[in-house]
Write a protein that binds this ligand. Structure first.
Ligand SMILES: Nc1ncnc2c1ncn2[C@@H]1O[C@H](COP(=O)(O)OP(=O)(O)OP(=O)(O)O)[C@@H](O)[C@H]1O
Ligand SMILES: [Zn+2]
Length: 689
């Protein structure tokens, strides 16, 4: 029995993609394909459902891209919004609306939300120190700043989030922060912002999340629990940026809403627009109702890096507002990788959806099938072209396509495609098949409703496997001569099984189902997820057509080559190597006395940019060395650092300090410096030679 029956209606969202680049297969596998399957399943069950998405057009991700492409943010969002929308349409993601957050209806609703919370005195107004790029005279919000994640040490964490471990961050949490504008270490400057007091909501959040144990996926529930355990901090909902939605307060002139405040509200504004266009009441899909049983079931489909925003921050905003329902579930997926490497927009390591659609016309379902088979439902997973080929050839062609084709060909060969029976109605007569089918329907239902799409698809394929077995065991091509009645029954049972197959396949492979229905000469309304399937006597089938083609080796080799070419094109240039110096004698070398040591104290040399005054324990003594490394190392960070020291360099006075020796440093082509030190622990004073 479907556990979804208790809900009157469904509000399903997929993460709003940033309009700063095209879609790739990782996006599809994370947030769009699972939702589309789920929504198609709900529709097949005649549920009231609205499926919402749109482009996220605000935030630093957009302005940074505009700068990179030397154009305006408006040009960027127009370009990518249109490209993404078209790709989704061609691929067949069945949104009821694909909206955009630059629309006036969205700006109005976001400001309304902000003011609602502001008037309830929910925000904490704080002056705080924010990073500022002096070269660019700009505060550095979110993606304008990167640094090392304090949680997982990922060196490329953003100012608002580490995409490696999913932790949400404040820019001041980053270790070694760097401005992505100038590449320099930013300074701190005072500015006023409006913070959402997540710490205040924490007890409420804890209670609410605890009700989801066993229902939410373990990866999602576990992440939420771990953030709650480490304690939530207030989060600023405003930014010093020049692109986004104005903070609707006189005193906040020039400031914008944080993109992760407005983006989820985009689900609601898109629903409002859809309701206007379709004569519906959007409030039924979003607002609390007098009677809880009348409320909509809200589901957010996302990739794992969006969990914190959908399970902690957005629910807090909805809760603080008070009139809105909360998500029933957030079935987030882990990440999809490609050919042994992370998918990456910046490194151009991706299978781009628009390119796939162009290079594989009419093969949307092949990609849907392969991606569904490998969805990163509980852990990261990997797409490879060889696997794509194997799954299409060995499963779609050899099992599914083959079954439908065999039945259709025999029906035409023996009966000219006409289904006839004296009883008038043709129903399934094989008890074993009936029992098996019933089991498959149960499995598909249970797995789909638990967001186990891979498993559900396997059960659908099991129907085709069952059909192939049934044909092979009953051999209608032989019995047509020895027992024609039996041959007819076998083929008619097989046809009904194809009808069931079409019904169960509909959420997964909609274009294929359309082809099957065309062959069966049935309207879409003839299939439903209700286990009823029959033909009228006299029904005429259409001509058979192949559902899938084999993928040839050359096609796969070309795709693999294409990825390799892209990799070569974006690989960093080989650094220029400084030419070797002239040879010296061994004696000259042996005059140098190099020892291992440890930095025991360090401070900046006043009025200089580059110099640090270091105290080094050389094993022989503790001495002072002035070193030009201040641009790369903070004094506090290098205390305890192991070094190699040239101890018999003639002492020299630098800025009034007597420097007694030199620290050995390696320097790369970009001028980056790194300490030279022994690979193993050595006591100070050990000789280097
Ligand atoms: N490789 C991937 N595997 C699974 N889901 C992904 C993958 N890449 C992105 N997603 C998901 O796709 C959705 C839309 O992605 P979004 O537009 O936010 O861009 P993004 O790729 O995460 O960001 P970036 O701009 O950093 O590339 C998000 O829910 C995200 O989690
Ligand atoms: Zn991290």
């Amino acid at each position: 029995m479907s556990k979804l029956n208790k809900f009157k209606r469904f509000t399903v969202t997929s993460a709003l993609p940033y309009a700063n680049g095209p879609l790739h297969i990782g996006h599809l596998a994370g947030a769009y394909l699972p939702a589309d399957i789920f929504v198609r399943y709900l529709r097949l069950k005649h549920k009231d459902v609205v499926y919402i998405c749109g482009s996220d057009e605000h935030g630093a991700a957009i302005t940074i891209k505009a700068k990179k492409e030397n154009t305006t943010p408006q040009a960027i969002i127009d370009k990518y919004h249109n490209q993404i929308k078209t790709s989704f349409e061609e691929f067949g993601i069945s949104f009821d609306i694909y909206h955009r957050t630059s629309s006036p209806i969205h700006h109005d609703l976001s400001q309304e939300f902000f003011l609602n919370l502001y008037e309830k005195d929910e925000f904490v107004e704080k002056f705080s120190e924010q990073y500022f790029d002096e070269d660019y005279q700009q505060f550095l919000a979110d993606r304008y700043i990167i640094g090392t994640c304090p949680n997982c040490s990922n060196p490329n964490a953003y100012g608002d989030q580490c995409e490696n471990c999913g932790t949400s961050l404040n820019p001041t949490d980053l270790i070694n922060p760097i401005s992505t504008l100038s590449g320099k270490t930013p300074v701190l400057k005072l500015t006023k912002h409006w913070f959402l007091p997540l710490d205040k909501y924490q007890p409420w959040l804890e209670k609410w999340i605890d009700t989801k144990e066993g229902d939410w996926k373990v990866n999602v529930f576990g992440q939420c629990k771990s953030w709650l355990k480490s304690g939530l901090q207030p989060r600023s909902m405003t930014r010093d940026l020049d692109w986004g939605i104005d903070v609707p307060l006189e005193e906040a002139k020039g400031k914008k809403l944080y993109v992760w405040m407005d983006a989820p509200i985009g689900y609601i504004s898109a629903t409002k627009q859809w309701a206007i266009d379709n004569g519906k009441d959007w409030k039924l899909y979003w607002k609390k109702q007098e009677n809880e049983a009348d409320e909509s079931c809200l589901l957010h489909f996302i990739g794992k890096d969006n969990i914190v925003f959908h399970c902690i921050i957005f629910p807090s905003i909805l809760h603080a507002h008070g009139e809105y329902i909360l998500p029933q579930n957030v079935p987030a997926n882990e990440f999809l990788n490609l050919e042994g490497d992370k998918l990456s927009t910046s490194r151009n390591h991706a299978v781009w959806l628009h390119e796939y659609l162009e290079e594989f016309p009419g093969k949307q379902d092949e990609l849907r099938y392969v991606l569904t088979s490998i969805l990163p439902e509980t852990s990261d997973s990997e797409f490879t072209w060889k696997d794509y080929q194997a799954r299409v050839n060995n499963e779609l062609v050899a099992i599914l396509g083959n079954y439908v084709n065999r039945v259709m060909i025999l029906m035409h060969k023996f009966y000219d495609g006409k289904i006839e029976s004296e009883t008038g109605k043709i129903v399934l007569t094989d008890k074993h098949i009936n029992a098996e089918l019933s089991r498959f329907y149960d499995e598909i239902e249970v797995n789909l409703e638990a967001y186990r799409f891979r498993q559900a698809l396997q059960s659908v394929m099991d129907i085709a496997r069952l059909g192939n077995r049934y044909l092979t065991e009953n051999e209608p091509w032989k019995t047509i001569k020895t027992n024609p009645e039996q041959a007819k029954e076998t083929l008619q049972n097989s046809l009904i099984l194809i009808g069931h197959l079409a019904a169960c396949l509909q959420p997964f492979l909609p274009a294929t189902v359309k082809k099957v229905l065309d062959m069966l000469n049935l309207p879409f309304s003839a299939i439903a997820f209700d286990r009823e399937m029959a033909f009228e006597s006299g029904h005429q089938l259409n001509a058979p057509a192949l559902l899938f083609e084999k993928v040839e080796d050359e096609v796969i080799a070309a795709q693999i080559q294409k990825l390799a070419d892209k990799k070569a094109a974006t690989a960093p240039p080989v650094p220029a190597i400084v030419p070797a110096k002239e040879n010296i004698s061994y004696e000259s070398f042996a005059t140098m006395d190099i020892r291992t040591g440890t930095i025991v104290a360090a401070e900046k040399v006043a009025k200089t940019k580059k110099l640090l005054k270091l105290s080094i324990d050389t094993g022989i003594d503790t001495r002072t060395i002035v070193s030009g490394i201040a641009e790369y190392f903070e004094p506090e960070a290098i205390i305890g650092q192991k070094v190699s020291v040239l101890v018999n360099l003639e002492p020299r006075e630098i800025k009034g300090i007597l420097s007694q020796g030199m620290i050995l440093m390696a320097e790369n082509a970009d001028g980056k410096l790194s300490f030279v030190m022994p690979a193993d622990e050595m006591h100070n004073g050990s000789v280097v030679r």
